[in-house]
Every structure is written in structure tokens, then in C-alpha cells.
Design a protein around this ligand. Structure first.
Ligand SMILES: Nc1ncnc2c1ncn2[C@@H]1O[C@H](COP(=O)(O)OP(=O)(O)OP(=O)(O)O)[C@@H](O)[C@H]1O
Ligand SMILES: [Mg+2]
Length: 325
């Protein structure tokens, strides 16, 4: 018999307002253990607010929450013992070395000196910060600081980690390093990751499940593929060598969407291999040769546009406007 582990986090009817600004307007969550669960939303959507509530830093106005099986309202200390938080309120002390920062976390977790030192060394090694560990954090690059921040979170061996925009502001290489580390924590240590991001690509890359937060509500939830399937518009893009070839292809496949400048023809498709093969066979039978074939599956940007009627970036602009008034 297959037993499913209890969920890492559940929430029912979660609400939070600041003055008359409703930030979370009745959120239900079900975050399974040992997975990466991503909360996706633009600037000001309420991601940090959600992390702060789930990690006991602020209280919700309404709703019940369980984290690692503990009732957040009744036993916040037990919740705190099970979790780690890194992100926008980074804990790194700039004046201390990486190692000293880790040892300080060891003290906070009441590890004895030897255990604390052992854990610090382990983590410096795991995060490829052994040399950096002797230097003060103020000399660190953004990527190194993020890694140290995450390492500090791991000192207490939390089972659930909240990562609030872990790669915002990092260059592509540091971002990929961070992704590898995050994947490793789940695969090797079975840690549950609650990840917030405003990068659609990041959620797509890492998450098993994604929830999209917009105007205080979760407007969609599912696997990256499920979210993408909500959006119409998968197609095959065929490119031809010249206009004669394109004309010939149109005679076989229909006018659907041709672009005479780019010499392309867009054919709606579900990305199914059999369908693609039959399309190529039909071209072949008519002796039409395509130069190039690419498959476009909608990305999460398309999803956001479909779900909210706006691109994620526009939402951001709207929030920025609010902040300046
Ligand atoms: N302490 C506070 N007092 C008043 N308003 C707040 C407070 N904290 C957050 N807000 C407001 O709540 C909304 C959500 O903020 P939050 O920081 O949770 O968004 P976010 O999704 O984390 O955004 P970002 O991507 O920029 O980090 C914003 O409109 C913000 O201005
Ligand atoms: Mg935030």
C-alpha cells in the first residue's frame, strides 16, 4: 500500500489586510512534503506577506494554518523549530566572516561548539564556500551572499524551507547554481521547499506545483504543464527556403498562418509526435521540403496573460504606480 506523507503546509481561508489594502483575500493551500512548491506573482502580489505569515513572523487576520503538522496559532514554537526562512529579509551579518555567521546560527540553535563547527564546515563545503568562509561577508558577491544565507538556514536542519525570491538580482550563472542547490536539497535531503518567485521561468524550471497569486487570490494552481495546458496556442512553426516552397506547403497544409517575410507557416498542434509525423509525411508526399521545424508550447508568461488578462510586467507597473501615489 502506498502511503502519502502528511502535507507540509495547509492553509484555509487565509486573510491579511494592511489598512484598507487587502493583500491576501481568502487563500487555501496544500503543499505536499518533499517537493518544490512555488508561489508565483508579480511585485507587490503578497508573496513576502504569505511567507511571513506561514513562518510565524506576522499574524494573519483570519484563517487556519498547519505547518509540519503543527497549528500555527496554537504552537508557533513547534512551527519555528521545523522551518527555515531565507530571502528578502536576509540574516547575513556583513561584519562577520561566512564561518562566523554560520557559527552564530549554531549558537542560536543551541548546538555545542564542536557540533556547531562541524555543521559550519559541512555547509561551507556543500555550498562551495570553503575559501570564502574566512572572509567577511561584506566582500561577498550577491550570489555568494545568497548561498551563505541559505546555508545559515540549514544549520538547524529544517524540514521545510521558505525561499523568498532566492535568485532575484543574480546573474544567470549564479541563478543556475542556486537552482542546482535547491534541487539537491529536495532530492538528497527530502526537504520541502516553499519558493516564491516573480520569474515564470524559475517556477517552471524548479517547481512540482505552481500557484499563481494575483490581487489577493490564487488564480490558478497546478503542475507547470497543467498551467501551460490552460493556454491555447501550441503550434508547429515550419520555415521554408523560398516563397515557392511556402506556397506549396500552404497547398498541402492550408492557409492557417503564413508569414511571407519570414517564410514561415504556423500550424496548430498539440505537440503530439504522431501528429507531427503525419504532417511531415503529407509534406513529403507532395515533395515539399521544410528547412526548419520548431514546436512552440506556451510558457508561463502566456499563462499569466490568459489568467489575469495582463502580462506579469504590466501588473508590476500597476503596483509601482500605486507605490508612488
Ligand atoms: N508592513 C506593511 N504595511 C503596509 N503595507 C504593507 C506591509 N507589508 C506589505 N505591504 C503591502 O502589501 C502588498 C504586498 O506586499 P508583499 O511584500 O507581500 O509583496 P511581494 O509579492 O512580496 O512583492 P515583491 O515581489 O516586490 O517582493 C504590497 O502592496 C505592500 O505595499
Ligand atoms: Mg516580496
Amino acid at each position: 500500500m502506498v502511503t502519502t506523507p502528511p502535507p507540509a503546509i495547509t492553509a484555509l481561508g487565509l486573510r491579511k489586510s494592511y489598512g484598507d489594502k487587502i493583500v491576501l483575500n481568502g487563500i487555501d493551500l496544500d503543499v505536499p512534503s518533499g517537493r518544490i512548491w512555488s508561489l508565483l506573482g508579480p511585485n507587490g502580489a503578497g508573496k513576502t506577506t504569505m511567507v511571513q505569515i506561514l513562518s510565524t513572523l506576522i499574524r494573519p487576520d483570519a484563517g487556519t494554518v498547519h505547518v509540519a503538522g503543527h497549528d500555527l496559532a496554537k504552537d508557533p514554537d513547534a512551527v519555528r523549530r521545523s522551518i527555515g526562512v531565507t530571502g528578502q529579509f536576509a540574516a547575513v551579518d556583513e561584519m562577520l566572516t561566512g564561518e562566523e555567521n554560520l557559527l552564530l546560527m549554531g549558537d542560536l540553535h543551541h548546538l555545542d561548539r564542536r557540533a556547531s563547527r562541524r555543521r559550519a564546515n559541512e555547509l561551507l563545503k556543500q555550498f562551495d564556500l570553503e575559501d570564502a568562509g574566512k572572509k567577511v561577508a561584506s566582500t561577498y558577491s550577491g550570489g555568494m551572499r545568497r548561498k551563505l544565507d541559505l546555508a545559515m538556514t540549514l544549520v538547524g536542519n529544517p524540514r521545510i524551507i521558505f525561499l523568498d525570491e532566492p535568485t532575484t538580482g543574480l546573474d544567470p550563472r549564479s541563478r543556475h547554481t542556486m537552482w542546482e542547490i535547491i534541487r539537491g536539497l529536495v532530492a538528497n535531503e527530502g526537504i520541502t521547499i516553499f519558493l516564491t518567485t516573480q520569474y515564470l521561468e524559475e517556477a517552471d524550471e524548479l517547481a512540482d506545483r505552481i500557484a499563481v497569486l494575483d490581487h489577493g487570490k490564487l488564480v490558478a494552481q497546478g503542475t507547470p504543464d497543467e498551467l501551460k495546458s490552460l493556454v491555447p496556442g501550441s503550434h508547429i512553426l515550419l520555415t521554408f527556403g523560398d516563397i515557392t516552397e511556402l506556397d506549396a506547403a500552404v497547398r498541402v497544409l492550408g492557409e492557417s498562418a503564413r508569414d511571407d517575410q519570414a517564410l514561415t507557416l504556423r500550424v496548430p498542434s498539440n505537440g503530439d509526435l504522431g501528429e507531427m509525423r503525419s504532417l511531415l509525411d503529407r509534406l513529403d508526399a507532395a515533395s515539399v521540403v521544410a528547412k526548419n521545424l520548431s514546436i512552440h508550447t506556451p510558457d508561463l508568461d502566456d499563462v499569466f496573460l490568459t489568467l489575469t488578462g495582463r502580462p506579469a510586467a504590466e501588473n508590476e507597473a500597476e503596483n509601482a504606480e500605486k507605490e508612488t501615489v
